[in-house]
Design a protein around this ligand. Structure first.
Ligand SMILES: CCCCCC/C=C/C(=O)SCCNC(=O)CCNC(=O)[C@H](O)C(C)(C)COP(=O)(O)OP(=O)(O)OC[C@H]1O[C@@H](n2cnc3c(N)ncnc32)[C@H](O)[C@@H]1OP(=O)(O)O
Length: 394
C-alpha cells in the first residue's frame, strides 16, 4: 500500500471527517512523536514508506487519508492543484486533506509521516504466523470452514458491518461454488461481529473506473447476476444464521435460502427507494410470494425495517431465538440436521426448488437490467450524494 496510491476511501467517512474537523485525530493510534519536528531524514522517510507496504491490517480510510495528505505535503509542499468537483467525492476529500496541511512545512510533514507509520507498525505488534485450520479456505473478507458436515461461510468485515465489496461478491460466489461441491451436508451463512451484513458496500459505486460510469454499472450488473445465480442454483440445503441487523442485498437473497434462523435483535431492511435503486436478489418475486404484495411493498418500496419477530410472522424468517441462547440453540440444531442423509436432503431440496429455477433466473435478469438503468439515473446519483453529504443512519 503506497501512500501515493490509496485506493479505497469511503466518501461518507471522509465527508463526516472533513466536515467535523480539519485537525486529524486518529482514534486507537498512539502517535510516537519524537518531538524533533525537523528530525526525520529522507532515508527515514523512505524507510517509513517501505514499512507502510508491510502493514497487515488495513488502517482504515481516516488514517489512509492522513497518510496521503502528509505524503503529498512532505514530497510536494502545499497543495496548489485545482479543487476537484463536488461529485468527485474521493479526490475532493483527498484534496481537502492535503490542503488542510498548508501551514505545515515539508520537513514537519516528513516527520509526522514517519511518526505515524511507526505508530501503525508498532500497533500491529510482532509478526506471528498463525496457520489457518486445516478445514479453512483462505479468503480476504470471508471465513469459510467445514466441520461436522457443515460448511460455514461467514461475512468477515465486522469493522464495516460486513458490507460487501466487489471482491467480496467474487469470494462469495467462489465459496458457494465450493460449498455446493464439497462433502458437507448443509451450508450456513452468517456474519462476524454484531451485524449479519450491511448489504452492498456503497463505496462500490463511488470510484469511477476507466471506461466510465456506464461500464461500471454494466460490470456491477454482471457481477450481481452471477452472485444471485449462485444462490438460485445452490444444490444443498442453505441456511442463514442471522446474528444481527441485515440490510439490502443480504436481506433480499434470504428468499432463496431454505431456512432462515434469526436472533431476536436482528432487523431486516431493504432501503432501495431511499437510495434511488430497485430490488434485487429475486426479491421482487420471492417477497410477494412469501408475504403478499402489500407487505412486500412496505419493505421493498417504502423501506420499512422489520424486526426478527415481524420477519418471522411474514414468513421471511423461519424461527427467532433469544439473543442469549441464539448461537447454542441454533448450532445444536444445525449439527443434528447435518447428520441426515446428504443425498436425500439435496434431492428433496431440488424437488422443492426446481420448478421455480427458470422463473428465478428470468427475474434475476430483469432485476439486474433495471438496476443498471437505476445506477445511471439522476435519482440514484442524487440519493447517493445526499446520503454521503448527510450520512443519515438508515
Ligand atoms: C455489484 C453491486 C451489487 C449491488 C447490489 C445492490 C445492493 C443494494 C444494497 O445492498 S442497498 C443497502 C446498502 N447498505 C446501506 O445503505 C447501509 C449503509 N450503512 C448504514 O446505514 C450504517 O453504516 C449502518 C446502519 C449499517 C451501521 O450504522 P452504525 O452501527 O452506526 O455503524 P457505522 O455507520 O459507524 O458503520 C461502521 C463502519 O462501517 C461502514 N459501513 C457500514 N455499512 C456500510 C456499507 N453498506 N458500505 C460501506 N461502508 C459501510 C461505515 O461507513 C463505518 O465505517 P467507518 O468506520 O466510518 O470508516
Amino acid at each position: 500500500m503506497a501512500a501515493s496510491c490509496i485506493k479505497v476511501i469511503s466518501p461518507w467517512r471522509l465527508f463526516r471527517f472533513v466536515r467535523a474537523s480539519q485537525v486529524f485525530r486518529i482514534p486507537g493510534v498512539q502517535l510516537h512523536t519524537t518531538g524533533a519536528l525537523m528530525g526525520a531524514s529522507v532515508e527515514d522517510f523512505n524507510n517509513a514508506k517501505a514499512q507502510l507496504g508491510t502493514l497487515k491490517k488495513d488502517p482504515g480510510n481516516h488514517v489512509k487519508l492522513k497518510i496521503y495528505a502528509l505524503f503529498k505535503q512532505a514530497t510536494q509542499g502545499p497543495c496548489n492543484t485545482p479543487k476537484p468537483g463536488m461529485l468527485d467525492f474521493v479526490n475532493k476529500a483527498k484534496w481537502d486533506a492535503w490542503k488542510s496541511l498548508e501551514s505545515v512545512s515539508q520537513e514537519e510533514a516528513r516527520q509526522q509521516y514517519v511518526d505515524l507509520i511507526k505508530s501503525l507498525v508498532s500497533a500491529e505488534g510482532p509478526a506471528v504466523a498463525t496457520p489457518p485450520p486445516e478445514s479453512a479456505q483462505a479468503f480476504q473478507s470471508l471465513l469459510v470452514t467445514t466441520e461436522d458436515g457443515i460448511t460455514t461461510i461467514r461475512f468477515n468485515r465486522p469493522e464495516k458491518k460486513n458490507a460487501i465489496t466487489l471482491d467480496m461478491y467474487k469470494e462469495l460466489i467462489d465459496a458457494l461454488h465450493h460449498a455446493g461441491k464439497d462433502d458437507s451436508v448443509i451450508t450456513v451463512m452468517t456474519g462476524s461481529g454484531d451485524f449479519y451484513c450491511s448489504g452492498n458496500d456503497l463505496n462500490n459505486f463511488t470510484g469511477i473506473p476507466q471506461g466510465g460510469i456506464e461500464k461500471m454499472a454494466k460490470d456491477s450488473g454482471e457481477l450481481l447476476k452471477h452472485y444471485v445465480k449462485a444462490y438460485i442454483d445452490f444444490p444443498k440445503p442453505l441456511i442463514a444464521v442471522v446474528n444481527g441487523p441485515a440490510l439490502g442485498v443480504s436481506v433480499t437473497v434470504l428468499g432463496l435460502f431454505d431456512v432462515v434462523y434469526a436472533t431476536e435483535s436482528a432487523t431486516f431492511h431493504t432501503p432501495f427507494s431511499q437510495l434511488g435503486q430497485s430490488p434485487e436478489g429475486c426479491s421482487s418475486y420471492t417477497f410477494p410470494k412469501i408475504m403478499g404484495n402489500a407487505k412486500a411493498s412496505e419493505m421493498l418500496l417504502f423501506n420499512k425495517k422489520v424486526t426478527a419477530t415481524e420477519a418471522c410472522n411474514l414468513g421471511l424468517v423461519t424461527e427467532v431465538f433469544p439473543d442469549g441462547s441464539f448461537q447454542s440453540e441454533v448450532w445444536t440444531r444445525l449439527k443434528a440436521y447435518a447428520k441426515l442423509p446428504p443425498k436425500s436432503l439435496a434431492l428433496s431440496k431440488q424437488l422443492i426448488r426446481s420448478k421455480e429455477k427458470e422463473k428465478l433466473h428470468a427475474v434475476n435478469d430483469a432485476e439486474v437490467e433495471r438496476l443498471i438503468e437505476r445506477w445511471l439515473s439522476d435519482e440514484c446519483m442524487q440519493a447517493i450524494m445526499n446520503f454521503f453529504q448527510a450520512k443519515p443512519k438508515l
